[in-house]
Design a protein around this ligand. Structure first.
Ligand code: 5GP
Ligand code: ZN
Length: 115
């Protein structure tokens, strides 16, 4: 998708602070970090979101790279959050599948059962 900003980053047409890349995925610093460590992991190929018939092996690889990025960014010990927003209610703003790696601070909202 030529008008997709993350496709352009994946192709190197738009600059980004890349922290990891291989044939399948690219990980780069979010332009507007919400926490000290805020990295986006994307497939090179365009998928709208996690429900867009993404091959399971690619989804697994995306998660594995997210965990590796967390390790290399030094937040694996203290903890972090992986997040992917989907569609309007999910408040997705870029329509190219991406996994947020968020860490280096206590997350503002605890998801799941109350303490
Ligand atoms: P979403 O809201 O779709 O889950 O997240 C999109 C994320 O992409 C946001 O956190 C936003 O800051 C980030 N973002 C949007 N445009 C760019 C860009 O051109 N470069 C980088 N590095 N991040 C971007
Ligand atoms: Zn794209």
């Amino acid at each position: 998708m030529s008008d997709c900003i993350f496709c352009q980053i994946a192709k190197g047409e738009v600059p980004a602070r890349v922290v990891y890349e291989d044939d399948e995925v690219v990980a780069f610093e979010d332009i507007n970090p919400q926490v000290p460590v805020h990295v986006l992991v994307i497939p090179r190929q365009h998928y709208n979101d996690i429900g867009d018939d993404v091959p399971e092996a690619l989804l697994g690889h995306l998660l594995a790279v997210a965990a590796r990025v967390a390790q290399e960014k030094g937040v694996a010990e203290t903890g972090y959050r992986l997040l992917t927003n989907i569609g309007e209610d999910g408040r997705q703003t870029v329509g190219h599948l991406h996994m947020h790696v968020l860490g280096g601070a206590k997350m503002p909202i605890r998801m799941g059962p109350a303490d």
